[in-house]
Design a protein around this ligand. Sequence first.
Ligand SMILES: Nc1ncnc2c1ncn2[C@@H]1O[C@H](COP(=O)(O)OP(=O)(O)O)[C@@H](O)[C@H]1O
Ligand SMILES: [Mg+2]
Length: 343
Amino acid sequence: MWNKIKQNLSASKIYFVEIFIVFVLFLFSLSFVYALSLTQFVSLSLITLLFLFILLYIIGKKRKLEISEIKSIIESIRKNQFNSAEEIKLTTSLVDLEDEIKAMFLKTRNDIENLKKLEQVRTEFLGNVSHELRTPIFGIQGYIETLLDGAINDPKVNKNFLLKAAAHSENLNNLLNDLIDISMIESGQMRMSFRYFNAKEYFETIVNNMKNLAEAKGIELLLGEIRPKLELFGDKVRLKQVMVNLISNAIKYTDKGKVEVLIEESEDKGRIIVKDTGIGIPESELGRIFERFYRVDKIRSRAVGGSGLGLAIVKHILEAHSTKIMVISTIGVGSEFSFALKK
Ligand SMILES: Nc1ncnc2c1ncn2[C@@H]1O[C@H](COP(=O)(O)OP(=O)(O)O)[C@@H](O)[C@H]1O
Ligand SMILES: [Mg+2]
């Protein structure tokens, strides 16, 4: 009992000074106005003091109730006892706090969900990487073991097996390079250096360097007209990576016909288009091909040395240029990837 009173009083002690001053003032003004005698003053003081304690007790009790309500809500949030923000209810005197607590609850839950998602993405990524590494490593291992088991002396297959092992090791190398790129980009370590550059010269060099790749497949690689004075703004090294990825995809996924690189100028931009007459991409997959490791046809992609990371890298680099990759495609007719650069 005495303990409870003490607790309630101590909960109100932050108001003690103010209330005490008010009561002392009240006491003095009363004794001044009514010219009280000493005995009257002392008894009035005692009564006032009693009221003062009763008042402090009531305030303290109310305050303790409010604090314990807030405490229990915070504790319930901490222990995950709420399923939704609607379950958080405060009594009328604290109702102003309700919205804030609800917002905090939602934010905490959101943060936790994001962390969980991130963790899941990380695990998935690791799983994908191990899986991707396995294919070329098993390939190399398989051919080498077969050769060691005697195939090395069989002139009909030995060179072929070595070439296949070499192709797998090249895939492995490509995969590692793409992985290094993507981890640099995603951890924000990729430094960009934006400058104006001459478009004609730049795209001519890239396209000329890739002509062999197309010709080896019997496909034409063409570059459209570019105004000789056209200057575009971007990071030349990173944009080259974008172009090489888009052009090599176009070549890889085209069996006959041509791949064209075109530049369309508008008032303040140059749109770079890589267009092929290839296998096309189903509409349902268009949104997903920019995801890491996503391929429409895994077997075909691997067979042509794809890591499944190319378009994810392209997307990141273009985002760093404040632009977006666009794609239109028709199955069996061809695909068109494009993006705009500031001029
Ligand atoms: N020009 C294209 N024509 C048809 N399909 C394409 C083309 N470019 C990309 N794709 C599809 O998008 C997938 C993802 O491309 P990318 O990220 O470059 O990976 P990959 O290493 O497989 O080439 C490819 O596996 C392929 O299915
Ligand atoms: Mg690719």
